[in-house]
Design a binder for this molecule. Structure first.
Ligand code: PLP
Length: 294
């Protein structure tokens, strides 16, 4: 990991009226220890995060990422983040990412055990080279997520729509996908409904129609998927949020796993069945995603 910058934030409560939050930021050496031993983010994964793509110094889709940070905070009973403070921290860190692609991470932790306040920090690092995934695509296997499609409504404490720091399950799914000879996974419920990738949303193409699973299905509402849907509608395509049964996957003309840093990765095979890749169309999607987006 090539770090560019790290900033510890003293998080203020939402609504605290300040114009300049610079005094609440403290730059730290990203490769040196900086967190307390009692951090609940490291002890329990008890916190939330966002990963924001940065292209030539421009942090992409900051508004939607901050909205999702606030949504995750609400689901996790964390204090509402003051979004102006976070936006200023992102601006400060993005300055360190002028050339090429980087990733900015926002982290809001429950804080130190028995401590009074949450802790928060923002980092910037060079993004990995994702050009192969964006062109030749990713081989994907479906994996059982271990719950049924009623679980999100029945058990909100599973925090299924929140981007929490508890990603051990997501990382285990990626390792399982690799064990099965694939590059990535697509989670499905145990009653056969398509969800999302462990670190991405899925978009399926049926002719001129683009479909993604409904956000209420127990998945994250992806900022990249939302941005691509707006773009596809501008191009005159139909877009829809639907309940997608696993049986529908076989009828898709194409599919992409989309996320903020890797962008649009075409699916080259699904459960070992080849899927065609429209190279020009995919390149156009990624060109759109690489342009500055608010
Ligand atoms: N779903 C999950 C589980 C993710 O971890 C991510 C991104 O990391 C996404 C979807 C895609 O979200 P975004 O497009 O905002 O990066």
């Amino acid at each position: 990991m090539t770090w560019r910058y790290a900033l510890i934030i003293d998080p203020v409560a939402a609504g605290v009226d300040a114009i300049d939050y610079a005094s609440t930021f403290r730059a730290v050496d990203p490769s040196a220890p900086a967190l307390s031993i009692g951090e609940l983010s490291t002890q329990r994964g008890d916190g939330i995060f966002e990963s924001i793509g940065v292209v030539d110094g421009h942090a992409q889709e900051v508004g939607p990422h901050l909205e999702r940070l606030a949504h995750s905070a609400a689901l996790c009973d964390l204090p509402a983040p003051e979004l102006t403070q976070w936006r200023q921290a992102i601006d400060r860190v993005a300055v360190e990412c002028q050339a090429g692609e980087c990733v900015i991470k926002l982290i809001l932790s429950r804080g130190v055990e028995h401590g009074p306040t949450p802790t928060a920090w923002v980092t910037a690092a060079v993004a990995p080279d994702n050009s192969a995934a964006r062109t030749t695509g990713v081989r994907v296997v479906t994996l059982d997520r271990g719950f049924d499609s009623g679980a999100p409504a029945r058990a909100p404490w599973l925090l299924l729509g929140a981007k929490t720091l508890s990603y051990a399950v997501n990382m285990a799914a990626l390792r399982e996908a690799r064990r099965r000879g694939a590059d990535d996974a697509l989670f499905v419920t145990n009653d056969g409904v398509v969800l999302e990738g462990p670190t991405s949303s899925v978009i399926l193409r049926f002719g001129d129609r683009f479909v993604t699973p409904e956000p209420g299905a127990g998945i994250l509402h992806g900022t990249t998927q939302m941005s691509l849907f707006a773009h596809l509608r501008d191009l005159g395509h139909d877009t829809a949020y639907e309940t997608v049964p696993v049986s529908m996957l076989a009828d898709a003309d194409a599919a992409w796993l989309v996320s903020s840093v890797r962008l649009a990765a075409p699916v080259s095979s699904l459960d070992a069945t080849p899927l065609s890749i429209d190279e020009d169309f995919t390149a156009a999607l990624n060109a759109y995603l690489l342009r500055p987006r608010e």
